[in-house]
Design a protein around this ligand. Sequence first.
Ligand code: SAM
Length: 295
Amino acid sequence: MPKTERWQWYVESFGPSEQHHHAIDELYFAGRSEFQEIAVIRSPVFGKMLVLDGDTQSSQADERIYHETLVHPALAAAADRSEVLILGGGEGATLREVLRCPEVVRCTMVDIDGKVLELAREFLPEWSHGAFDNPRARVIVGDALRFMREDSDRYGTIVSDLTEPLADSPSHPLFNDQVFALIRSRLAEGGVYVLQASTAAFHNAALHCKMARTLRRHYRHVVSFFTHVPAFDTDWAFLACSDRVDLATLDPKIIEAYCARLRGESFFYDAVTHRRLFALPLYLRRMLAASGETF
Ligand code: SAM
């Protein structure tokens, strides 16, 4: 029997004419929560994967690339690391990475979907690696937008690890000018706001550029960085926003000192990787500099 007939497939569509087919070794869960379609599968290549509304969120094989990139450049640059806020972050790996930093006194994570957290604990414990039960973690099941409206605390670093802001996603209301201003108001003096910010692939970077343009209204420095994430099958981009520091020119000595203090061993991020993450290709620099759509 040809191999293709043996497999069930998870097909991730990148548009009407592009797809990535992942064979499914094992299906742990498929169902709908109050907020989204959820699947937890195992692929022969990427290991366990979390899929929300048909989009890969992270895979066992390469989640450290994504989560170390999301968290550590921002924390390395932040003036104050004591209080960190994560918007979303369901799997718990963003929380895990934040808690590796010994200067973090408390990390608050607010994810809207209790079902994602429950499945992450049950099927993806490698991602959180005990972080949900760490005494420095405050895990809240709720809407991050509502939380920020009701909470008056300020945070030295805010990490947005939300799903793509597609029209029917619960993350959609968090991507607009008013909410960017609200997030800005929850940052402490000299703070850093970092967000996962869609793909930076040359043919598909419009959403990323739209986020960057809108955020420039609120911060002195808004810098893009990206890396290839194999399970996403694309270059994944992030944005770091700050009035105090331009992460693209962060002193390597600061990064080395920061990395040396982290608990446990890193897989991806260090001062050399930092340089590579922030060295953008010409096409992207041109797209980011061009005027265009904002939120
Ligand atoms: N790595 C991811 C990606 O590539 O899109 C993001 C990971 S994380 C699983 C995304 C989380 O955002 C989900 O757990 C989802 O429940 C959460 N989320 C979506 N909208 C939210 C909202 N309004 N408030 C809080 N969490 C939200």
